[in-house]
Ligand binder design. Structure first.
Ligand code: F6P
Length: 341
């Protein structure tokens, strides 16, 4: 069997660990051959490939990014996209694909599987917002990076008596903000699932200063004020129709300083959260996903995604995984609220 592998969407610590595990198990246990597709769906669409054997995957376990490259190319936005992919795979002698990606990449994988192609998905996203899996790899690393930053910001906030706002990733789901805010002892956490009241945020800021401590506000990039309370500007759209976010930290910096009189500063963590080496947890999860994805392909399974349920790796229909996003439940946010202010 010849198996193609691709990584799509935003990069994520642990991608290389998945690639290494798929190839190692696929070659050494099942006796298959691999082909790397470059830059997400651009690879199969434009026949951009690279050799992918055990040798090519040596030493990549701790490396961030992806040796295959990534992009946000959307097959469904290209005329005859599905047929082009089918034809190219046939010409290259590729029998099945392992697609490693988030909601967008796996959304395309779902449609290709429905069109009869052999595709197995591996869930990837630092956002942890994919349904049907308890965790995605990359999330633990992103949270740890944010917590390291918050720990450092506490001491500078105290020294300067400033309100410090930390903007983290998460356009639809506030998992990174919730976990890093809880682990980092934030005094306010703002997430997309719960529109915020700027007056309440300022009350928390003042309450914290009243106790002779300086507040840390962790905000997800997709957090929104309650309707009609504050103006936000919108950005450009990518090929999957997502708005390019970023800017809520700046708005909060301005509003908090104007409303409370306390000096405020924002730190936008941005792509630092996606870069560099994965944590041990993410390396193990990514490796286990890779091993199980190789088994799924070997057994002729298609239209499925490997997923973490408790401590087990299971297979779930791709459709179930991509139907809706996994958002932060109300009760999880309520747990954190006791530490606000
Ligand atoms: O989906 C992963 C993610 O890092 C999101 O948290 C973020 O909103 C988005 O990607 C940023 O995308 P880009 O790197 O293309 O600007």
């Amino acid at each position: 069997m010849r198996i193609g592998v691709l990584t799509g969407g935003g990069d994520c610590p642990g991608l290389n660990a998945v690639i290494r595990a798929v190839v190692r198990r696929g070659v050494e246990v099942h006796g298959h051959e691999f082909l790397g597709f470059r830059d997400g769906w651009r690879g199969p669409l434009e026949k951009v490939t690279m050799p992918l054997d055990v040798r090519a995957t040596r030493g990549i376990l701790p490396r961030g990014g992806t040796i295959l490259g990534s992009s946000r190319t959307n097959v469904m936005k290209v005329e005859d996209g599905v047929e082009k992919v089918r034809r190219n795979l046939e010409e290259l002698g590729v029998d099945a694909l392992v697609a490693i990606g988030g909601e967008d990449t796996l959304g395309v994988a779902t449609q290709l599987a429905a069109a009869g192609l052999n595709v197995v998905g591996v869930p990837k996203t630092i956002d942890n917002d994919l349904n049907a899996t308890d965790y995605t790899f990359g999330f633990d690393t992103a949270v740890q990076i944010a917590v390291d930053a918050i720990d450092r910001l506490h001491t500078t906030a105290e020294s300067h008596h400033r309100a410090l706002i930390v903007e983290v990733m998460g356009r639809h789901a506030g998992w990174i903000a919730l976990h890093s805010g809880m682990a980092g002892g934030a005094n306010v956490i703002l997430i997309p699932e719960r529109p915020f009241d700027i007056e309440k945020v300022c009350d928390y800021v003042e309450a914290r200063f009243a106790r002779q401590f300086a507040p840390i506000i962790v905000v997800a990039e997709g957090a929104q004020p309650k309707e009609g309370t504050m103006e936000l500007q919108t950005g450009d759209l990518d090929s999957f129709g997502h708005v390019r976010l970023g800017g809520i930290g700046q708005v909060l910096e301005r509003e908090i300083q104007a409303r409370t009189g306390y000096e405020s500063r924002q730190t936008v963590l941005g792509h630092v959260q996606r870069g560099g080496t994965p944590t041990a947890y993410d390396r193990v999860l990514a490796t286990r996903f890779g091993l199980h994805a190789a088994d799924a392909v070997h057994e002729g399974d298609s239209g499925v995604m490997v997923a973490l349920r408790g401590t087990d790796i299971v297979r779930v229909p791709l459709e179930e995984a991509t139907r809706e996003l996994k958002l932060v439940p109300v009760e999880r946010y309520d747990e954190a609220e006791v530490f606000f202010g």
